[in-house]
Design a protein around this ligand. Sequence first.
Ligand SMILES: Nc1ncnc2c1ncn2[C@@H]1O[C@H](COP(=O)(O)OP(=O)(O)OP(=O)(O)O)[C@@H](O)[C@H]1O
Length: 295
Amino acid sequence: MLELRNVVKTFGKNVRAVDDVSVTLPSGVVGLIGHNGAGKTTLMQMIATIAKPTSGQILFDGVDIVKKPEAMRARLGFLPQDFGVYPNLSALEFMQYFAALKGVRDPGRIRRLLELVNLHDHAHRQAAGFSGGMRRRLGIAQALLNDPDVLIVDEPTAGLDPEERLRFRHLLSEIGFRKLVIVSTHIVSDIENMAGQLAVMNQGRLVACDTPDSFVQRARNQVWSVTVAAQDYDALSEQLQVLQAQRHADGITLRIAHPTSPLAGAVPVEPTLEEALMAQRYALSAVRGSVELAA
Ligand SMILES: Nc1ncnc2c1ncn2[C@@H]1O[C@H](COP(=O)(O)OP(=O)(O)OP(=O)(O)O)[C@@H](O)[C@H]1O
């Protein structure tokens, strides 16, 4: 169990990257979500013991890992955002290199991990020719070498194509059956089907931590659907929090976040998780990107 108590990280005088975060995380997949600059990477770096909190405590199974980082390092797998593979090494050589660094002596483990991430057929290929998804999967394989109890993955699907995203999500959710997996992202769809808990960060603060279902439940009766005339769209979108707009022959059907009925004829609809987060005003840059007029 991982426990953060009043964790603060400041940079210089003015930047409070992580601002008084307290949370307890048992096991399973936790989605750490928030817009760019919300503090996700800084928080994960502190959990991974590669940055120290300015104040506060981080306990893993009751041990203070700020004072005793080795207690965490031995049980940690970390895939940072800017993880790079060595292009001249094959997948197998890369794994052997990290196994040596981590003191892992079981050669069968490398083979099993390459199978787990579906790279066993490419074990002898140089990583230089790997796609983004293959590199991320190799990154996960090295992070699992020491059979960690905690796996931390920063922005796992950045730059991956849709098929690779799916495969990667599936892999992480499988690992989450047995371990604590912390996945940071600003893309809700990356974690909505695998995270048991969602921790939402905004400006360094942890503004909410709950199950995806609870977020959706709280947003019920706050997301509305209504069809309006095409010429009214610009004015309405200025006044209302439009989550989605779809153009068709009879006008434009809007999905709107509002605590009460926003317009005559509006009917409440079941919110998606993304809409629920928007309706509750957890600003997420990725969500704003989804508000586009579909022709
Ligand atoms: N080494 C540093 N020195 C100064 N400021 C920093 C440093 N690292 C992070 N920050 C600032 O701390 C805040 C949080 O950054 P952080 O990278 O943790 O956010 P994030 O949620 O991971 O963002 P992203 O999704 O873009 O990776 C930002 O304002 C960032 O500019």
